[in-house]
Write a protein that binds this ligand. Sequence first.
Ligand SMILES: C[S@@+](CC[C@H](N)C(=O)[O-])C[C@H]1O[C@@H](n2cnc3c(N)ncnc32)[C@H](O)[C@@H]1O
Length: 230
Amino acid sequence: MRTCRGRILKILSPAGIYENLSAADDDQFEGEIRQMEYSDLEPHVYEGGFKVWESTGDMMDYLENNSDRVQGTNLLELGCGSAMPAIFSVMLGAKTATIQDFNRSVIQCYTEKNILLNNCDPRRFTMVFCDWKSVPEMPQFKKKFYDLIISSETIYNTSDYPAFHAALDHCLSDQGVVWLAGKIFYFGVGGSYPDFLDYINLENKFVVTNMKTIDAPITRFFIEMRRKHL
Ligand SMILES: C[S@@+](CC[C@H](N)C(=O)[O-])C[C@H]1O[C@@H](n2cnc3c(N)ncnc32)[C@H](O)[C@@H]1O
């Protein structure tokens, strides 16, 4: 993977993922292997973490062009998949990175391998697999601890908005920022940027700034969220 300023990051190939899944004890990831063969995503079963989705590139560009705002942060990546943005953030100077994915198989057979492939120190990462619903109760997610929360391609399912929003609210520090990248519409799945904005407005906890719009066959957005200090 080449960044906008020409840095090269390594990412495990699909063949490497398949090899790791197949090598796991007790055929525990047989379900994931079958799932990956016929679909990119099955809500609340396999959430697409083995694929690098388009907005990851937008997130990488933004991190690289704003590296001064990444340095020294305690960072959280929600719905990390490959976790290339979090890995890159640590390379750019983030102090720590907590990375979360829905599927254990993704964390174990993909995310963790990408950290090692890029010669990052695994001790700077906390890796967690869980549903967003559990985030506020899990000790790995420290309350109001994270200066920067990043997330890409995670608003495609409207039924997850309450849990995703609550996870942001639990984790973001008072002065922290969220950078969120995604598509304007997710055809066939249901979520959209306008729907997510409506949900944020309903909760009335965050202020949203539109940082950029990316012209593509399906337009992409990049926003910054901060706490509303009421
Ligand atoms: C489409 S993938 C995007 C992966 C990666 N961020 C990217 O852009 O390439 C969506 C990610 O969101 C996470 N996710 C989706 N629904 C979730 C839920 N209900 N609870 C926890 N994580 C969820 C999964 O971890 C999955 O990897």
